[in-house]
Ligand binder design. Structure first.
Ligand SMILES: *[C@@H]1O[C@H](CO)[C@@H](O)[C@H](O)[C@H]1NC(C)=O
Ligand SMILES: *[C@@H]1O[C@H](CO)[C@@H](O)[C@H](O)[C@H]1NC(C)=O
Ligand SMILES: *[C@@H]1O[C@H](CO)[C@@H](O)[C@H](O)[C@H]1NC(C)=O
Ligand SMILES: *[C@@H]1O[C@H](CO)[C@@H](O)[C@H](O)[C@H]1NC(C)=O
Length: 403
């Protein structure tokens, strides 16, 4: 009996002891967790402090470090050739991969370039390619950007193999990214910016296929009160320039909205705007999209079978928004805020689109405007009046000759 009691109390005591040990263990682990968390936070903080010292808003590089980063501008480091000059992949001393844009030699004044660059560096958003720094050395002007491993959207969209990666979810994610980047530029950044050269090759993709808008070399800083500007020099890429800008040199946030509309149609159709879509008459993507849309055949615009039947209404809504963006009159076009609401809230009203402005290339092969003057990294071309206006069946078509 006594032994039994002893044994029972021993069992009770033992379970209690074990409980205490278990509790202690838990507490101890929690303690360790808190400590290691503390270290992580400390690590992040020190890293931020260190980076903050090392990277003010803009880093200035000396020419030698750029030369060594790009292996003296080696041909196999070259990523591409833009209107402003070649772009190279570089690896900085600390191992960071970057894209380095070497601007053409005759690109304007050093001080103006420096001021512009400091302004560009202030624009920071997840959907904009980050400018890390620049280098000014006598004739040489270089811009150092974060490196985007998945290159630009056109390398996926217009490639018969790679476009298959882009299902509707990915395409919509990319569209959302571009919308966010433009919202920031137009409304939320410290300096209101109009991009002025929005196009599919200026949408870069990071390793998670997030869209990042690149190339602010041509963007122009706007005073908050200024809504529209009048310029005698047209800057931009053929096929994406809004009619009022190409013909009268007037640009506003609505000229970016126009380019965005083209981009939206290109993302959904997988077709380039400046190509011709009729064998008998000049018809670009906008004209083609408009004709199908007004005849209730909008579904034919959807590129291959990237979406299922549940997603189709959303895709059609995006085509609709794209057509609203490319309307002739800037006042009819939505703002990027309207675009955001229309594509994200299915109960937002979407008006029927009016007939868009048609710009038809006589030479579909010359997709980009040739730079005529390059001024502080901006591609500049004198405004040209339309050369010919012709009427085709129900629509009037403005034919703008590239040169
Ligand atoms: C560059 O910025 C400085 C200071 O903000 C200003 O004084 C100067 O006039 C600017 N120069 C040019 C060419 O824009
Ligand atoms: C590029 O995109 C592909 C496809 O989504 C993805 O698997 C890959 O991780 C991305 N990054 C690189 C560096 O290729
Ligand atoms: C733009 O400038 C030109 C020439 O300076 C002028 O004729 C035209 O009326 C202006 N347009 C607007 C909208 O201010
Ligand atoms: C969507 O739009 C409708 C109509 O404009 C509005 O009543 C509703 O609150 C919006 N929904 C969200 C989630 O914003």
């Amino acid at each position: 009996m006594f032994l039994l009691l002893c044994f029972m109390s021993y069992v009770k005591w033992r379970t209690q002891i074990l409980k205490v040990i278990r509790k202690m263990k838990k507490g101890f682990i929690r303690g360790i967790g808190a400590i290691s968390e503390g270290f992580t936070i400390l690590g992040i903080m020190t890293r931020q402090i260190r980076d903050g010292k090392k990277n003010p808003e803009l880093q200035f590089f000396d020419f030698e470090s750029i030369v060594s980063a790009t292996n003296n501008f080696a041909e196999d480091c070259k990523l591409g050739q833009g209107g402003f000059g070649p772009v190279y992949k570089g690896v900085l001393g600390d191992g960071l991969e970057v894209a380095i844009k070497r601007l053409s030699k005759n690109s304007g004044q050093g001080l103006e370039f420096k001021n512009e660059t400091i302004l560009i560096a202030k624009l920071q958003h997840t959907n904009l390619v980050r400018l890390i720094g620049c280098c000014i050395d006598r004739e040489e002007k270089l811009l150092v950007y974060e490196y985007m491993p998945n290159k630009s959207l056109d390398s996926f969209l217009f490639d018969s193999e790679k476009k298959l990666i882009l299902d509707w979810d990915k395409r919509f994610h990319i569209i959302q990214g571009i919308v966010q980047g433009l919202l920031y530029l137009h409304y939320y950044s410290r300096v209101r910016k109009i991009h002025r050269d929005l196009k599919v090759s200026n949408i870069l993709l990071d390793n998670e296929m997030n869209a990042k808008i690149s190339d602010f070399g041509m963007a122009r800083v706007f005073k908050p009160s200024e809504h529209e500007a009048n310029t005698s020099r047209v800057v931009g890429t053929y096929g994406y320039i809004s009619p009022e800008y190409a013909m009268e040199g007037i640009f506003s946030i609505k000229s970016d909205v126009y380019s965005f509309g083209i981009l939206l149609l290109e993302i959904i159709t997988g077709k380039k705007n400046y190509n011709n879509y009729d064998t008998e008459r000049p018809l670009n993507l906008i004209g083609y999209a408009w004709e199908l849309w007004v005849n209730g055949r909008g579904e034919e615009l959807i590129d291959s079978d990237f979406c299922n039947s549940d997603q189709k209404p959303k895709v059609l809504r995006c085509i609709h928004v794209g057509l609203l963006c490319v309307q002739q009159a800037p006042a009819d076009r939505p703002t990027m805020l309207d675009v955001y609401l229309m594509i994200n809230n299915d109960s937002t009203q979407v008006l029927p689109p009016k007939q868009p402005a048609f710009f038809i290339s006589q030479n579909p092969n010359s997709s980009e405007l040739e730079p005529e003057v390059v001024d502080s990294g901006r591609l500049i071309r004198p405004a040209q009046p339309p050369q010919e206006i012709c009427s085709l069946s129900t629509m009037s078509v403005s034919v703008m000759v590239a040169r």
